[in-house]
Design a protein around this ligand. Structure first.
Ligand code: URP
Ligand code: ZN
Ligand code: ZN
Length: 468
């Protein structure tokens, strides 16, 4: 692998920016400074007029996930290749045991699939059921396998939803082991009640989806989980925050000094619930995910929380299906596979919507696309930084280049994009992933299996200083 000299750009980190070259030697950052010499044989990436940022860390993806009677469209190779084309060099995906399946068995399955990943990856564990065996195996997962974050659900009743009693036990087990609980927060009992009510009223189309999952259900469950985490004495990471009330609950807790980290998705900042009113089934169903896109007014609350650090990370919940897969839910919105894509568009969309509008500085953009997640999940400074010795993961963003996002142009393996037609200003023109030049001005050079599993250390007994 030749050395790579990224020359003439403006290097941006979460702390600040300066004109500097970056030298990648093998898999590591070897130098950052002005006027660096080009080592013999080094490849040069000309970055004049561009920003050079740490490679993106997407803390929330679902590659190859079997769900709702099908399997998501992107596997670990296609999904990570698409990620690289969008400047992301690390993903954190979720291993998900079947009901009653020992989590160590699920982990082995996911690690087998993930061997084809083109960029580095780590894994969270979904707590899809709770019991003594799950609690017991968590010790091995945390201490020996590097799985130090566990996602709990307050929704999906009859499948993954846990009672408050089990949430308390699970959060307490995380605390004992120095692991981080994550939560998908929606009140699953109320979702089920509303789903029945809508069925009785004859609502069968996609517009029933947001009606069955209103924002207050997310705000309630978020506040409940924050309360449980506070009582148990453990930090909390709240995934895919979409509702203003949920973002405000997190921001309030943080102001009080509680360690709660909130993640939102760029789509929640731009796409609103009117998509579900479309008479075009493919379009409406293509946007079905949980929690759903919200009425426009929630977007202001999310932007505010991002600006004042109430929300600290952006993920994608990348979980994409083709139009044909979504058609399983024609005539019954409950059967529409839940999930949308976006791992490829996250960085360009957030730059365009956030930096382009003046709501985010480039530094905050870096915090929100890599550093925050790397810190929250104990991957920093190896990931999410451009420090000497860090992994040579970076993206070059040309702020002057515009292009139109579309399903046709994307590398994600689906014929649908929630970003269809958005003209973004700011394009990822190069991506370097652990020293490999994987995206070169439109040329995707992803290599199956080039990505490595990133085991993570447990947090210290007091979760010392590592959270975003
Ligand atoms: O609809 C979604 N978000 N599907 C993926 C699973 C989850 O809840 O994160
Ligand atoms: Zn979720
Ligand atoms: Zn998810």
């Amino acid at each position: 692998m030749p050395d790579i000299l990224v020359r003439g750009g403006t290097v941006v980190t979460a702390e600040g920016r300066r004109r500097a070259d970056v030298l990648c030697s093998g898999e590591r950052i070897a130098a950052v400074g002005e006027g660096l010499d080009r080592p013999a044989g080094a490849e040069v990436i000309e970055a004049g007029g561009c920003f050079v940022v740490p490679g993106g860390v997407d803390p929330h993806t679902h590659m190859q996930l079997p769900t709702m009677g099908t399997v998501v469209a992107d596997d670990f190779l296609s999904g990570t290749a698409a990620a690289a084309a969008g400047g992301t060099t690390t993903i954190l995906d979720f291993a998900g045991p079947d009901r009653g399946e020992p989590p160590l068995e699920a982990l082995a399955r996911w690690q087998g699939w993930a061997e084809r990943a083109a960029i580095d990856y780590s894994l969270h564990m979904t707590v899809s059921w709770w019991g003594e065996r799950f609690a017991a195996e968590m010790e091995q997962l945390v201490r020996e396998r590097g799985i130090t974050s566990f996602k709990f659900f307050t929704a999906y009743k009859g499948r993954m939803m846990l009672s408050d009693e089990d949430l308390i036990a699970g959060f307490a087990r995380c605390r004992e082991l120095g692991a981080l609980p994550q939560v998908h927060a929606e009140n699953g009992d109320l979702v089920e009640y509303l789903q029945r009510k809508l069925a009785a009223e004859g609502v069968t189309g996609p517009r029933g989806h947001p009606l069955s999952r209103p924002p207050a259900l997310e705000a309630e469950a978020t506040f409940r989980c924050i309360t449980i985490a506070e009582a148990v004495g453990v930090p909390l990471y709240v995934v895919h925050v979409s509702a203003g009330g949920a973002a405000e609950a997190i921001a309030r807790a943080r102001r009080r000094g509680q360690r709660v980290v909130g993640e939102t998705l760029p789509g929640f900042l731009h796409i609103d619930a009117s998509v579900y009113e479309s008479p075009d089934f493919d379009f409406a169903a293509g946007h079905v995910m949980s929690p759903p896109y919200r009425p426009k007014e929630h977007q202001e609350a999310l932007w505010r929380a991002l600006a004042e650090d109430g929300l600290s990370t952006t993920g994608t919940d990348h979980c994409c299906f083709t139009r044909e897969q979504k058609r399983a839910g024609r005539g019954d919105f409950l059967r529409i596979p839940n999930g949308c894509g976006g791992v490829e568009q996250r960085m360009e969309a957030l730059w365009h919507l956030g930096v382009g509008s003046g709501r985010l500085t480039p530094e905050r953009f870096v915090a929100l696309t890599s550093t925050g997640a790397a810190r929250a999940f104990n991957l920093w400074p190896r990931k999410g930084s451009l420090e000497l010795g860090a992994d040579a993961d970076l993206a070059v963003l040309d702020p002057a280049r515009t292009h139109r996002l579309s399903a046709e142009a994307q590398h994600q393996r689906t014929d649908f994009s929630v970003w269809e037609g958005l003209e973004v200003k700011g394009a990822i023109v190069h991506t370097v992933a652990r020293g490999r030049h994987v995206w070169c001005d439109g040329d995707l050079r992803a290599v199956a299996g080039a990505g490595r599993f990133l085991p993570r250390r447990p947090f210290g007994p007091v979760y010392d200083g590592v959270l975003a």
